[in-house]
Design a protein around this ligand. Structure first.
Ligand code: TYM
Length: 329
């Protein structure tokens, strides 16, 4: 049997090129090498308030984008987290072996909790639910962007702690980062990672942005006071634009240097915009095709849930048995 890969994305905000280059594109590349499970993590989304009607629409939109980007639902299992009860069930069982201090140390928790007036306890439990997503399927490989590395370390710590308390139960999941594009930065603030929730209209290129919007955002991206590309001295904005181009084009370093050295920033931006537009165009076309049949995505998500459910149930039963809580047997 092939080893399993699992990853997930929250159905909040607009999916952007950071999500694509850091995660989704790599799922597409490796999906056939594994038994692949790709999850829309709506239970993570509700750790902060979401308008119910918007959340539902975002879940379906995200499923459409997974498929439009090239996830093959005949091979890979595309699921919504809340449709498979095992995620929440295992999360509780793992919560009971997770020290509070481990959760309070998480940098994303610290950052997010500073933004909120009151913090739901779900926000602190967030990484335990993420560990449950992975461990529920005994996933070996987890392809993510760099910002999830700390959460994955925690997932391994939780797995190890469970294994040492109750005997060998969980496979240790590995973090798989892309070589280029693991941390795409905001176009307007290149010191900060590109984020779905950042307020600025020039911050992120969304996967469904029309070509003229993509161009505008990239042409306005923050650079630095140098007039042209110097690979030794480039500031974070220019480094980011070059990384975006390289990730989409798959050009090697020497080709990047030969082509872009001494290029004026205006021309660099035009070429980056062109590269992003032509790369996103086929995804946008497929997205329109897929969403023209309203029932299709719902069918894909139901089929995904049915396929993963037996795996999820057997892990939950195993874990319950190990812990000594009552099982149906
Ligand atoms: P989320 O929804 O914030 O992001 C989804 C994926 O996109 C990556 N990513 C980025 N990569 C490069 N540059 C960026 N600027 C950038 N921003 C986001 C993220 O690293 C991620 O891979 N907690 C997760 C979702 C999750 C999950 C899981 C992931 C829940 N359960 C189990 C893996 C396995 C999250 O909020 O991702």
């Amino acid at each position: 049997m092939k080893p399993r890969v699992l990853s997930g994305i929250q159905p909040t905000g607009n999916l952007h090129i950071g999500n694509y280059l850091g995660a989704l594109r790599n799922w597409v590349k490796i999906q056939y090498d594994y038994e692949s499970i790709f999850c829309i993590v709506d239970l993570h989304a509700v750790t902060v308030y979401q308008k119910p009607e918007d959340l539902k629409a975002k879940i379906v939109e995200l499923a459409g984008l997974f498929l439009a980007a090239g996830i093959d639902p005949k091979h890979s299992m595309v699921i919504v987290q809340s449709m498979v009860p095992g995620h929440a069930e295992l999360a509780w069982l793992l919560t009971c072996v997770t020290p509070v201090g481990w959760l309070q140390r998480m940098t994303q928790f610290k950052a997010k909790s500073e933004e909120q007036e009151t913090i739901g306890s779900g926000l602190m439990q967030y990484p335990v639910l993420m560990a449950a997503d992975i461990l529920l399927y005994q996933a070996k490989v987890v392809p993510v962007g760099d910002d999830q590395s700390q959460h994955l370390e925690l997932a391994r710590d939780i797995a190890q702690r469970f294994n040492s308390l109750y005997g060998d139960t969980f496979v240790m999941p590995e973090t798989r980062l892309p070589a280029v594009g693991a941390r795409v930065m905001g176009l307007d603030e290149p010191e900060k990672k590109m984020s779905k929730s950042a307020p600025g209209s020039g911050h992120a290129v969304a996967l469904l942005d029309p070509p003229e919007v993509i161009r505008k955002k990239i042409m306005r991206a923050t650079t630095d006071s140098n007039p042209a590309v110097d690979f030794e001295k480039a500031g974070p904005g220019v480094v980011n634009l070059l990384a975006i181009f390289q990730a989409f084009s798959d050009w090697p370093d020497d080709k990047m240097k030969a082509h872009f050295s001494d290029m004026r920033y205006g021309d660099l931006k035009k070429q980056v915009a062109e590269m992003v537009e032509t790369s996103l165009d086929p995804i946008q076309r497929r997205y329109r095709e897929i969403t023209s049949d309203p029932g299709y995505l719902d069918g894909v998500l139901r089929a995904g849930a049915e396929r993963v459910d037996p795996i999820a149930r057997s892990t939950v039963e195993l874990v319950k048995g190990r812990m000594g809580v009552y099982t149906r047997g």
